[in-house]
Design a protein around this ligand. Sequence first.
Ligand SMILES: Nc1ncnc2c1ncn2[C@@H]1O[C@H](COP(=O)(O)OP(=O)(O)O)[C@@H](O)[C@H]1O
Ligand SMILES: [Mg+2]
Length: 250
Amino acid sequence: MSGLGVEAHGLRKAFGSAVAVAGLDLAVKWGEIFGLLGPNGSGKTTTIRMLTGLLEPSGGQARVVDIDVVASPERVRARIGYMSQRFGFYEDLTIEENIRFYGGVYGLTRRERRERIPQQLTRYRLDQRRKQLAGTLSGGWKQRLALACATVHRPDLVFLDEPTAGVDPASRQLFWNLIREDAAEGITVIVTTHYMDEAERCDRLAFLSRGHLIGVGTPAEITERFGLPTIEAVFIELQRRDDAELGLLA
Ligand SMILES: Nc1ncnc2c1ncn2[C@@H]1O[C@H](COP(=O)(O)OP(=O)(O)O)[C@@H](O)[C@H]1O
Ligand SMILES: [Mg+2]
């Protein structure tokens, strides 16, 4: 494959007078695990929605899997997976039925689905509960099911928007092992996260603040350039907000 997994120049989105993404340049290599790191409201989700072809940019260009995403969003969508911040599966279908349903959405034939469903169940450690209704699963299982649905068509690149928010540490660990396995097979992974220990697992990071790209580099480079105190301060603030949302703080 030629080019880059993702290439964006001056990518911009304004909602009325509010600028959510202020001219982003990104270059993600094939097979990379690339992190988008930044506080709430910094434009991570808006960026992903533009790169998945779901939201039209106000300006700039983006190529995803080497295809112009503004000109050909459908062609891009056939080659990518997207796990949104609110996992998009059906609570009243079982694990297996959800994967089958998504196989249909992505245009797999019956035969392909028959093959792929057991593969996805095994790959994402879902076998044991394949007959269980998705709505009754705990966070870690839901998260793995969402990933299995988002990758049922074996995409070249997958976008994961805060996939581990609200999931316990053991489940997060397993999830990251699975992402590593996917990346080792050549899938490009773009992931947003609130957690510094997760950001450190990415090959490279883009650090965003208020829609602006503050820096791009390996976790070590980002830490060195901005200093851990800066990044930690951002994360302490995020944790405080999360706790406030969960009602843990008065
Ligand atoms: N559909 C929308 N209409 C208006 N403003 C939006 C919309 N989506 C996002 N925004 C605003 O854009 C900014 C970036 O949001 P978002 O991309 O969701 O950030 P993040 O994912 O980093 O938390 C925020 O100020 C948010 O309120
Ligand atoms: Mg978001």
